[in-house]
Every structure is written in C-alpha cells, then in structure tokens.
Design a protein around this ligand. Structure first.
Ligand code: ADP
Ligand code: MG
Length: 339
C-alpha cells in the first residue's frame, strides 16, 4: 500500500465533484464551507482503530472516548475555529460489552461539554475484530479568519505551543508497563485540544499558516511547507520538551531529538507568524499559562521541485539543524500508518 499521504493525493485526483458553497476542500485540517455573512463552517473527520491508534491494555473505554473526541476537536483548533457539533460512528467487536460502549460515550460527553460541542448523531455497526470510532466535527470560524496550511510566507517565524514528544514518551511508558501518573502518560491518555489558542490566533493577521501536531513535528510542518510552496528550517535545540524528557528518553532507549521531531499525538498547534506579533501574542497568552516557542523560520525552497499544494513529497521542504548547524536527516517524518 502507498504511504497515507500519497494515497490521499491519488484519491484527491479521482474526485471531481464540487458544490457552490465549497471554499476549501481536501488538503487542510478541515474543509471550509459557506455558512452565513459573518462566518464559515468547518467540517472534519477523524478515525481511531484498535491496534493502530490505541491499545485497550492501557486505555479504559472512558479514556479512549475522551482522547478520540479531543483528537477530532484538535483539527478544528488547527483551523483557528470553534467546534459546535459532532457525529460519532462506532464499530463494536464481539468482545466489547454494552458498559464499555457507554463508558466510551461518557468520556466523549465529558470532552464535548468542556468544549461546548453537541454530539448530535452517528452510526453503529458490528466490527469483526477491533473496536473503531470515526468522529465528524462541525465547527465555525469568523469569515476571513480561519488559518490554512497554505498561508506560510518566507520570513515568517515557525512557532509551536506547549511541549513536543511527551505523548510518544507516555506511550512508551505505558507499553513498558511503567504508567506512573506523570505529565507524559497524561499527555498520551488525555490530550487537550488547543481550541482557546486557535481562537486567539485567528485574531492575529500576522499568523499566516496553522496546523495541529498530530503526526509529529516534521511531518506536520512538511504539510504546511508543501501546501505553501516554501521551505522550513528548524533548530532542533529549540524544540520545547517537558522536564525530565531527556532522562526518560534515555531510560526508554529513545533518541530525544528524534522523539521530539517525530513523536505524534501531542495535539499542540504549529504556526508560522510574522515575528512582530510574537510579543503581543505572548503577553496575551501568559495569563492562560500557554507557552509558545519559536523553533525556526520559513525560507524559500530552492531544493524542492514541486509546486505549492503538491501533496506527494512528505518530509522534503523541512530542514532540521543540530546545535552545531549540521543538518539532521530523518529516515521517517513521523507516524505513518501505511507502511
Ligand atoms: P489530519 O492529520 O489533520 O487529520 P489527514 O492527514 O488525515 O489530516 O488528512 C489530510 C486531508 O486529506 C484532509 O483534508 C482530509 O479531509 C483528507 N482526507 C484524508 N483521508 C481521506 C479520504 N480517505 N478521502 C478523502 N479525503 C481524505
Ligand atoms: Mg490535523
């Protein structure tokens, strides 16, 4: 099977259908469609499959429900939007009991209430093997204010919220059956979609491109770079990580730099911005204790031959440098579910 990225590219080429209200189709974190004079609607779908995205040995159904909706809402945050409604489709294998399903919905409902999202429908099916869920979220953004992957401009700073790599470390701790209650395990089991931050960013004209970090920094940044037709330079030493990240990585036999660059599911926001907006933004976010860090800059990409919007190249267009300015080459950009 092709890599997921290349497969979506081919799927996109076979689809010609359109509709008068469509503003942005396949290729961003959510589709953007007409709503009313003041706002546009956002629509996105996210799927989780047992054995691919989660393991029931260390996820309770309640936690799984919370994480699944949080991950789906993150794509609305990644458009600088606000969620409103969700549909939930589930596939239930024989081993899953009624109470498990209801626990899953209790988890969904807690996150739905926290982010004022109404779950208004879905679908229920039997599944032969693993449990799966697909969540479609509908949201909105003020007209002209949602932030796309394709807006990055040469000269922008590249910024990220929070810390990266924590969820990957948490996953490894859980796999090694060392699930101490710590920030890493929490970050894997109970990620927080950055809805508030997305809304704040929507008001900044200088924020030119936005995506959430679901598949790993390098891979998600490459989506921005490809969609914008630019290059992205990252200084690996600037990537923010949680306290004890390096020592835990060593204990778990993970390379800290590679983990910070490629670990998925942190659901932080990654954006490119005119650097003059950094100070006012930082001041506004300090009260909410949201940290943002500048990790690199957008450059013109002389090495790449693809045009803007080309979805075939995955890790190209992103150039990562170590503490002495040597380029770090990664074998893979991040999580890739289709090997
Ligand atoms: P994210 O990581 O933000 O969830 P994806 O990589 O899953 O984004 O998707 C990228 C884009 O491709 C989105 O616009 C999504 O709607 C679209 N897409 C993904 N899978 C399919 C598919 N099977 N059919 C049509 N569009 C798809
Ligand atoms: Mg996304």
């Amino acid at each position: 099977m092709l890599p997921e990225f290349a497969l979506i590219h081919k799927i996109r080429q076979t689809l010609l259908s359109t509709h008068v209200g469509l503003i942005v189709g396949i290729g961003d974190d959510a589709a953007v469609v007409e709503k009313d004079e003041k706002s546009v609607a956002l629509i996105s779908t996210d799927t989780v499959v047992e054995g691919v995205h989660f393991d029931l040995r260390y996820f309770s159904f309640y936690e799984l429900g919370k994480k699944t909706l949080a991950g789906a809402l993150s794509d609305i945050a990644a458009m600088a939007g606000t969620p409103a409604y969700a549909f939930v489709a589930i596939g239930i294998p024989p081993k899953v009991r009624e109470n498990d399903v209801l626990d899953f919905y209790t988890g969904l409902e807690h996150v739905a209430q926290e982010f004022q999202t109404a779950i208004v429908g879905g679908d229920t099916s039997l599944a032969p093997h693993g449990f799966f869920a697909a969540i479609t979220v509908v949201g909105e953004a003020p007209r002209g204010r949602c932030k796309l992957r394709s807006g990055a401009k040469v000269g922008d700073g590249i910024y990220v919220s929070g810390c990266l790599g924590s969820s990957a470390v948490g996953l490894r701790l859980l796999q090694k059956k060392k699930p101490a209650e710590n920030v890493f395990v929490r970050s894997h089991l109970n990620p927080r979609p950055r809805i508030f931050l997305g809304r704040v960013l929507s008001a900044y004209e200088g924020v030119h491109a936005l995506i959430d970090v679901s598949d790993g920094l390098v891979q998600d940044l490459s989506h921005v770079a490809c969609a914008s037709g630019v290059g992205a330079q990252v200084d690996a030493t600037l990537i923010p990580t949680d306290k004890d990240f390096e020592s835990l990585c060593k204990m778990l036999k993970l390379d800290p730099t590679v983990t910070a660059l490629t670990g998925g599911e942190d659901y932080e926001l990654l954006f490119t911005m005119d650097d003059t907006d950094f100070e006012p933004l930082q001041r506004q976010l300090a009260a909410k204790k949201i940290r943002i860090t500048r990790i690199g800059q957008v450059v013109s990409d002389s090495r790449s031959t693809e045009g803007p919007g080309d979805m075939r190249s995955r890790d190209r267009r992103v150039y990562v440098y170590d503490s002495v300015g040597r380029e770090i080459k990664l074998m893979r950009g991040g999580h890739e579910h289709f090997a």
